[in-house]
Write a protein that binds this ligand. Structure first.
Ligand code: ATP
Ligand code: MG
Ligand code: MG
Length: 382
């Protein structure tokens, strides 16, 4: 049988491997960690650095096509692999998604509004920042995730200090927007340009990390959902993207839709698709990589996803303790996903709980119940 390769061995890679294996593929995972969540469940595991040319050659030798699950995988490694094997998404699209400056230019090029912002790469640009961008959020152009590499700044003095603290690296300053709520759209696009999308996901973040995703027919005004899907599709088309792409949006108090950022891979906000959609985001990643047809996904259940961070292991004290899953699994419609990470740490993504059902009221009350059992404080959206 054919073998599909993936750069990165985290939970996204693990769920990709599960989907690939279901469809009869062998898998090969490249990750620097000898005991990664995906490496552990894969047929082949290459334990080396993402830039190691020998490791990349071994991956190309094993795999018929290669994808990535790790946002910050060096784009040159993808380009290098692409000389030997089909690689999706491509190095160019990934490089744009990895750099907030290039990413925002792409959004502007596609005619999708983003937060007012300024590029800060020099002292002159720092001094020239417009007053209306404050208060704002200073974000490093590269390598941030889960709100890392970001600082809220209220004054010019704070902005200057934050930029210097970041090491004077290229940054963007974004105006701090009054968010009504956040949402995301996941699309999958094939080589031939055919594109399908999942319904718009309503997301709740806590301390810069995704906490809850809700997907049901009335999770936001219909016109908002329509605009978000159209924007995500035009962003993917503009990149001639191949693979699964997630686009994150802000919805402001006045109803305006503003694009935040994109992830060139399946996304945490799409984990509900494994239990509540006839096709999951990981199956679509397999299909786009293998050049298989794409069918529009059909959501068959209302879904809420609760992220399970390492903090839940510490609700009873300083010694990590496995939460009492059996209590939660006694609730109807609960689906537990754990990533097989051996060490629980605060803020670390350990797993998620999908809750599915026929109607949002039931699903929401089950989610509230599960959260209470786990000691998870989640203000669910109305
Ligand atoms: P990840 O890639 O894990 O989603 P990240 O580190 O790339 O996170 P962002 O998505 O840019 O970070 O921001 C994290 C969160 O911070 C957003 O989901 C939002 O809640 C808040 N935030 C970011 N930018 C703004 C803004 N301009 N105005 C208001 N809130 C913002
Ligand atoms: Mg990000
Ligand atoms: Mg984000």
């Amino acid at each position: 049988g054919a073998t599909l390769g993936v750069l990165g061995g985290g939970q996204l890679g693990r769920m990709f491997v599960h989907a690939a294996q279901t469809m009869g593929y062998f898998t090969a995972v490249l990750d620097p960690d000898a005991d990664s969540p995906a490496g552990r469940v894969s047929h082949h595991h290459i334990h080396t650095d993402y830039t190691d040319v020998d490791g990349l050659a071994r991956l190309a030798g094993l795999a018929d096509a290669v994808t990535t699950e790790f946002e910050n995988v060096p784009a040159p490694s993808l380009a290098h692999l692409a000389t030997a094997r089909p690689v999706s998404p491509g190095a160019d699209a990934v490089a744009i998604a990895q750099d907030r400056i290039r990413e925002k230019s792409h959004f502007v090029r596609c005619g999708v509004e983003c937060a007012p912002y300024a590029v800060i790469e020099t002292d002159e640009q720092l001094a020239a920042v417009a007053d209306e961008l404050l208060p704002g959020i200073l974000k490093t152009a590269r390598l941030g995730y889960d709100g890392k590499g970001q600082r809220r700044v209220a004054t010019r003095a704070e902005l200057q200090a934050a930029w210097h603290d970041a090491g004077d690296v290229p940054c963007v300053l974004e105006q701090l927007l009054p968010l009504d709520f956040e949402c995301s759209v996941i699309v999958a696009r094939g080589e031939d340009g055919q594109m399908v999308n999942f319904p718009v996901q309503r997301n709740l973040h806590r301390d810069g990390i995704l906490a809850v995703t809700e997907v049901h027919p009335h999770n936001m005004p219909e016109s908002t959902a329509r605009r978000a899907v159209a924007a995500a599709r035009s962003i993917a088309d503009g990149l001639a993207y191949v693979g699964v792409l997630c686009v994150e949006f802000f919805v402001l108090g006045d109803g305006r839709l503003v694009v935040n950022e994109m992830a060139p891979r399946p996304h945490n906000s799409g984990h509900w698709t494994v239990d509540a959609s006839d096709v999951s985001q990981f199956e679509l990643q397999v299909r786009t990589l293998a050049g298989l047809p794409l069918n529009p996904p059909r959501q068959h259940s209302v879904a809420i996803m609760l992220n399970l961070l390492g903090d839940l292991w510490f609700v009873d004290g300083e010694t990590p303790q496995e939460p009492r899953w059996a209590d939660v699994l006694a609730l109807p419609g609960t689906h537990l996903h754990l990533y097989g990470k051996t060490e629980a740490r605060r803020g670390r993504k350990m797993g998620h709980l999908n809750i599915t059902g026929d109607g949002i009221e039931t699903v929401r009350s089950t989610a509230d119940f599960a959260a209470a059992l786990l000691g998870l404080a989640i203000p669910l959206s109305e």
